[in-house]
Design a protein around this ligand. Structure first.
Ligand SMILES: [Zn+2]
Length: 332
C-alpha cells in the first residue's frame, strides 16, 4: 500500500506544478526567465521509473480479487470441509475474523475457471458439435454443465444451521462425472500430487460434489480432479486423477464438521465465547501446509492479539478434542 500512496502523492504533486515533466526543455516553459542560468529540471514523474497509471489499474484488479464471491463467503463450502487443520476448520465455523491480502495466484486460477466455464458452455462443446438455429431444443441433454451448484449437506449447530452448497466446475453429464480444476502454481506441488495423489482436502471436496449431485437423483460414477500446470508450455505435465465416486470421505467430513460445530456450541453455552475461542486456539494445526493458519487473531504474526488473555481451558473441554480426527483413512 505504501508504494501506491507514494505514487498517488507523486501524481498530486505533479498536478500542483511541483515537478516539471522531463520531456519539456526548460527554455520552452512559460515561467519567467529571470536571467539566472537554466536549471536542470527535476525528473520525478513521467519517466519509466515511476509508473503513473499502474496504481489505479492495480486498484481495480485488487478490488476484484477481494470482491470475488469465494473471498466474501462466510458460510463453509465443500472446498473447506476436508482440511486436516482442525484449528482452522473450527475458526471458520466460529466465524473468526480472517485477514488476507489480495491474493494474486489464486485469482489467476479463478480467471482460468471463468474461461473454462465459457468454453464448456459454448453450444458447440456442450452439444458435441451440433449446431442449432437459435437455442438448443429443450429435450436435448447437454454433454456438459459448468459451475453447477449443488447442496452437499447441512451444517447444524445448536442454535441454527445452513445448507452447505458448492459449485461443480464441470459436470460430464453422460459419464456421470464431476470434474474439478486445480491450477497448480509450481511444479513441486504438481510432483507432490503425482507422487501421493490429491490432498485430503481435494478428495473430500470431490466426494462432496458427487454427494450433492446424487442428492438430485443423478447416477454419479466418477470423481475427477485435473491438476493443470501454470508453469509448463504444454499440458503434458498435467496430472489427471479419475476415480470411482466414493461417498465415504464426504460423509466423514460432513459428520466431523457437525460434531465440531456442536462441540463449539456446547463450550460456548457453558463457559461463553471467550472459552470457546481459547479452546479453538488449543486445537491441533495441520502437520502439512495450511493457507489459513497465519490469518487469524491467534496467529503469532499478529503480536497484539497474542497478548490478549485467553482463558485457561479445563480438562473436560480439552478431552473433547480426541473425538475429532484431523485425517481421513483412505483405503488406497
Ligand atoms: Zn490452519
Amino acid at each position: 500500500m505504501n508504494g501506491m500512496n507514494e505514487a498517488i502523492l507523486a501524481v498530486a504533486q505533479a498536478q500542483q506544478g511541483d515537478a516539471i515533466p522531463v520531456d519539456i526543455p526548460p527554455m520552452t516553459q512559460s515561467a519567467p526567465f529571470m536571467g539566472k542560468p537554466p536549471v536542470t529540471p527535476k525528473t520525478k514523474i513521467d519517466t519509466m521509473e515511476e509508473p503513473r497509471l499502474w496504481p489505479k489499474i492495480r486498484g481495480i484488479i485488487e478490488a476484484d480479487i477481494v470482491n470475488k464471491p469465494r473471498n466474501l463467503q462466510r458460510e463453509l463450502g465443500p472446498s473447506e470441509l476436508g482440511t486436516d487443520c482442525l484449528h482452522c476448520l473450527a475458526a471458520k465455523l466460529a466465524g473468526w475474523e480472517q485477514s488476507k491480502q489480495p491474493a494474486w495466484l489464486p485469482y489467476t486460477g479463478t480467471c482460468l475457471h471463468e474461461h473454462f466455464e465459457r468454453l464448456f458452455s459454448n453450444p458447440q462443446v456442450m452439444y458435441g458439435g451440433q449446431v442449432f438455429d437459435g437455442p438448443a431444443p429443450e429435450e436435448l441433454k447437454p454433454l456438459y454443465c459448468t459451475e453447477y451448484t449443488v447442496t452437499v449437506g447441512r451444517l447444524n449447530g445448536l442454535t441454527g444451521g445452513y445448507d452447505i452448497k458448492g459449485s461443480i466446475d464441470l459436470w460430464d453429464v453422460p459419464e456421470g462425472a464431476t470434474i474439478d480444476w486445480k491450477y497448480v502454481n509450481d511444479n513441486s506441488t504438481l510432483k507432490l500430487a503425482k507422487a501421493h495423489g490429491p490432498s485430503q482436502t481435494y478428495r473430500v471436496q470431490a466426494s462432496l460434489y458427487g454427494i450433492g449431485l446424487r442428492n438430485e437423483g443423478v447416477d454419479v460414477r466418477l470423481s475427477c480432479i485435473y491438476f493443470l500446470p501454470r508453469n509448463s508450455q504444454t499440458l503434458n505435465d498435467a496430472y489427471p486423477w479419475e476415480r470411482e465416486f466414493d461417498e465415504k470421505p464426504g460423509m466423514w467430513a460432513l459428520s466431523r464438521a457437525n460434531l465440531l460445530a456442536n462441540l463449539l456450541d456446547v463450550i460456548e453455552l457453558a463457559d461463553g465465547p471467550k472459552m470457546r475461542d481459547s479452546w479453538i486456539r488449543r486445537l491441533p494445526h495441520s502437520t502439512g501446509h495450511c493457507f489459513d493458519c497465519n490469518t487469524w487473531p491467534d496467529s503469532t504474526t499478529l503480536p497484539e492479539f497474542d497478548e490478549q488473555a485467553w482463558p485457561e481451558v479445563p480438562d473436560q473441554w480439552l478431552q473433547l478434542m480426541d473425538l475429532l480426527e484431523p485425517e481421513y483413512q483412505f483405503t488406497k
